[in-house]
Design a binder for this molecule. Structure first.
Ligand code: DON
Length: 302
């Protein structure tokens, strides 16, 4: 596995320079675009890594999986009265469908859906930002995980689209807490900084039928873990979920910081990071690396 990861990074390195780092959040645009890392965490607890696998980066939308899991933990199937689990076929920050569908987001991974999940968690936790950070720390066993206050502030300053979604949902009666307070929590979740190694470890419970090895915690039931994986497979990469299924064939979740996490149920979880994105807002070299990985190991969920 070790030499395979190094080979894959060497093969995708020529793609660096072909994408563009996210700049709609100005603080994210400051990242060095030439970085590339990958980490694999096997279900029995072994880690393999290559490249910049230990460099923390902004996890952005990858945090939406953590907040969804928290919501499932305390509210179970009840959350589906507020949003769906169908793919949207639209960009992650689209407002169009939300108006047509009366303020009920298609799924928890587009921004509108993640905001509803944050609203649900806001009603439940006294300090939602800290609860999510501590949850991420527990899942990966790294007590040093923190949220980048500068990135969160930059997102808040440029919040117009996310705020528009949240206020539209409020107008439809599908938002219960103060919009600005929920946006604050959401941006702090997105601004968490974690490395490929941290994220591969943190997602391992989804490859282990809901059980987290370090904390020896049953995070979700096996059935709930399967459900989260299925939503990642159909919506984790937004309007590029079909391309990701076709090329990679695994449940995955991307973020505009350039990270992508994928799960091989029963075998391992993997995180790849390269900050330059393609037109759909997903890591360009990251998708290519995962495609090579599933090709080489000859395994996908399909
Ligand atoms: O709300 C936003 O737009 C960002 N904080 C997160 C978007 C994101 O990561 C989309 N993923 N590819």
């Amino acid at each position: 596995m070790q030499s395979l990861l190094e080979e894959i990074l060497d093969e995708v390195r020529p793609l660096l320079g072909r994408g563009a780092v996210a700049n709609y959040i100005p603080a994210l645009a400051e990242v060095d675009p030439g970085q590339l890392g990958i980490a694999v965490y096997g279900v029995s607890g072994k880690t393999w890594q290559a490249g910049d696998a230990q460099t923390p980066f902004s996890i952005q939308s990858i945090s939406k999986v953590f907040s969804l899991v928290q919501a499932i933990q305390h509210s179970g199937e009840g959350i589906w009265s507020r949003l769906g689990y169908e793919p949207s076929g639209q960009p992650f920050n689209s407002l169009v469908q939300l108006e047509f569908e009366a303020g009920r987001p298609r799924n928890p991974f587009i921004n509108a859906g993640a905001l509803v999940i944050c609203d649900i968690n806001q009603s439940r936790f006294a300090a939602p930002t800290l609860s999510l950070r501590d949850f991420a720390r527990r899942l990966c066993g790294n007590p040093l995980i923190v949220s980048d206050a500068k990135v969160a502030a930059s997102e808040y300053q440029h919040r117009a689209r996310n705020a528009a979604m949240a206020y539209l949902m409020q107008a439809f009666g599908n938002f219960h807490n103060d919009v600005e307070a929920v946006l604050h929590s959401y941006f702090h979740h997105c601004a968490l900084r974690m490395s490929c190694v941290d994220l591969a470890r943190a997602f391992a419970f989804l490859a282990r039928e809901g059980h987290c090895l370090h904390s020896d915690e049953q995070v979700l039931s096996a059935r709930q873990a399967k459900q989260v994986n299925s939503i990642m497979a159909t919506s984790g990469l937004y309007d590029e979920a079909g391309n990701f299924a076709y090329r990679v064939g695994l449940p995955g979740k991307s973020g505009v910081g350039g990270g992508i996490v994928a799960v091989v149920p029963g075998r391992f979880s993997v995180c790849v990071w390269s900050p330059e994105l393609n037109a759909a807002g997903n890591s360009l070299a990251g998708i290519a690396a995962l495609e090579k990985l599933t090709e080489r190991i000859g395994w996908s969920i399909f």
